[in-house]
Design a binder for this molecule. Structure first.
Ligand code: UD1
Length: 360
């Protein structure tokens, strides 16, 4: 069996790591096509080296652009690769523009498509990711769902016959790296200047279009972080840095200490070292949950509703609507007592993905 994984953005590289490792222990041929949606070393190269992912077989170098340009460039560049390789499966991951391009290019060439992390829904049609994931699910032949909730969404859209529950590959990678971090196999993460690793700090990220594109909303969220009573390590995605500059919003003020995005092991170590997380990232909400840190999510909804159980994750769409002390006590609340549940599976999802692809 020949499988081509199409990836392009940071979260896909993290999911690719356990899949590439699972294929490496089989006789199947697994090729990696990187669209080049993310090209900064911080967002791409360090994940290949840090997670032991083989170098991509093909790099399309599409880079940044508007949604249409980025998706269209990837579509056009994937055609000749798929036509030459004729894979048995094209495997696409998550909900980015690279995911949609991979799925669309493959179905138009009558190549079977499998969608990893199928069935997630925010029901927020303002999010570009929501369109990407719905269109990809409806185009794909095999829907590899991470949770029972995702399976329910797929069934509600008439896609049950193509859906299968495999668990979440993020558990595979997160728990493996957690164990290696706790065994001291990695250097200490480079936290932003001013953050003392031995003293309480909150770890924060902010990058979603809904939170960064509007100057007013971005300024409100940065004000809220700056106002917190504990130091905030804000790991700035290039999109945040670019939008803050464009809108004239100063990031480095009050409680905020700005740093660069971290490699995966550094991120896991930084979450473990923190007292809690404040974010709009889907992946980080789940990592906080898997690593038993409370998370405050700066969005009106989450695709990962399981993290909300027992208050491990709390949605705060608009911190400015809270009295100041309530926002502070929410973001700095202690971890709930008792361990989080295991709704994301047992850490063997990648092996199951390979099995499902082999069966079909
Ligand atoms: C993309 C995904 C988002 C995912 C995120 C993870 C889409 C629609 N969005 O958002 O779902 O959560 O990746 O990081 O696919 N930039 C750089 N260097 C890079 C990449 C981007 O400087 O290597 C800057 C550019 O200013 C670019 C902007 O970030 O225009 C946005 O990049 P883009 O890939 O379009 O979306 P992300 O915000 O990264």
């Amino acid at each position: 069996m020949k499988v081509i994984s199409v990836v392009g953005a940071r979260p896909q590289l993290i999911k690719l790591a356990p899949i590439a490792a699972a294929f490496a222990s089989t006789d199947h041929e697994h090729q990696i096509v990187h669209t080049g949606q993310h090209y900064d070393a911080d967002l791409s190269d360090v994940f290949f080296s840090g997670l032991g992912i083989p170098t991509p077989d093909v790099h399309l170098g599409i880079g940044s652009g508007s949604h249409g340009v980025q998706t269209g460039k990837a579509l056009a560049a994937l055609d000749p690769v798929f036509m030459a390789e004729k894979p048995d499966w094209v495997l696409v991951y998550g909900d980015t523009n690279s995911t949609l391009a991979g799925a669309l290019a493959a179905v138009k060439l009558h190549l079977p498509v499998a969608h990893l992390e199928a069935g997630l829904r925010s029901f927020n049609r303002a999010m570009p990711e929501e369109h990407n994931r719905i269109l990809t699910d409806h185009a794909a032949d095999l829907l590899l769902a991470p949770t029972n909730e995702a399976m329910r969404h797929l069934a509600a859209e008439g896609l049950a016959a193509r859906s299968t529950l495999v668990g979440d590959v993020m558990v595979d990678v997160c728990l493996r790296i957690r164990d290696s971090v706790l065994s001291g196999d990695h250097p200490a993460p480079v936290l932003p200047a001013g953050i003392q690793p031995d003293e309480p700090y909150l770890l924060a990220t902010l990058h979603r279009a809904e939170n960064t594109d509007s100057p007013e909303r971005l300024a409100m969220l940065v004000d809220a972080l700056a106002d917190l009573p504990v130091p905030v390590a804000l790991l700035a995605h290039p999109r945040l840095a670019a939008k803050a500059e464009e809108h004239g919003v100063r990031l480095s003020r009050g409680a905020i200490h700005v740093g660069r995005p971290l490699p995966y092991a550094g991120m896991v170590a930084a979450v473990l070292g923190s007292t809690g997380v404040v974010t709009d990232s889907g992946g980080l909400q789940k990592e906080a949950y898997l690593l038993s840190r409370p998370c405050t999510t700066l969005r009106p909804e989450t695709e990962w509703i399981e993290t909300l159980a027992d208050g491990w994750n709390q949605l705060v769409p608009d911190p400015s609507a809270y009295p100041r002390s309530e926002w502070a006590s929410t973001a700095t609340r202690p971890a709930p007592t008792g361990a989080p549940g295991t709704p994301y599976g047992d850490g063997h999802a990648a092996r199951r993905v390979v099995e499902k692809l082999t069966e079909k």
